[in-house]
Design a protein around this ligand. Structure first.
Ligand SMILES: [Zn+2]
Length: 183
């Protein structure tokens, strides 16, 4: 049996369960409505429409249950049960969060703190990251002075980390590992 077919059966089952839940919810609301009308002394004719609807829902639910059973049988016959099991959890499946990546080439360090091997003390570390004004910061500052500097907005690039250089340092030996220059 092709996998695609199994996936279809699985999706169909999900759809059925969803529809079933919808019907059950609707049924609960209707039952409450009928009870409310009964408590308010209304006679049977006044809530006959709700009773009819309730019977209809019951029939639909019965049909859905039947369909669900048939689909489940089909799935079992085609050996699909293991397909569902794998979606839950198996000892071989990878953890939901990827393991943090150790970047061995310091030239490839990103603009954020990362795991690497310190080239000086050779320990595996997570870099300490600081920002400092670099050429990009001064260029943006200069541009803002040339064009529209009002009330010291030329100082903004010195506050925005995106405009600055990023410095990676080793937390163990405090050596400077790399500066990621903005420009
Ligand atoms: Zn170090």
């Amino acid at each position: 049996m092709p996998d695609e077919h199994l996936t279809n059966v699985f999706e169909e089952l999900n759809r059925l369960s969803f529809r079933r839940q919808q019907l059950i919810d609707k049924r609960n609301i209707l039952t409450m409505l009928i009870q409310f009308k009964q408590n308010n002394g209304q006679n049977e004719q006044q809530y006959s429409r709700e009773t009819e609807e309730l019977t209809e829902i019951d029939e639909q639910l019965k049909a859905l249950t039947q369909q669900k059973l048939e689909l489940e049988n089909l799935q079992e016959r085609s050996g699909g049960s293991h397909l569902i099991d794998t979606t839950v959890s198996s000892p071989d499946s990878p953890p939901p969060f990827p393991a943090p990546q150790v970047i061995l080439d310091v030239e490839l360090l990103p603009r954020s703190s990362a795991q690497t091997q310190c080239p000086f003390c050779h320990q595996y570390i997570t870099t300490d990251v600081t920002t400092k004004a670099g050429s990009a910061t001064y260029i943006v500052c200069l541009i803002s002075i040339l064009f529209c500097c009002i009330a010291g907005c030329c100082a903004i690039p010195f506050c925005v980390d995106g405009c600055k250089d990023v410095v990676h340092k080793c937390p163990k030996c405090r050596s400077h590992i790399k500066t990621c220059k903005k420009l």
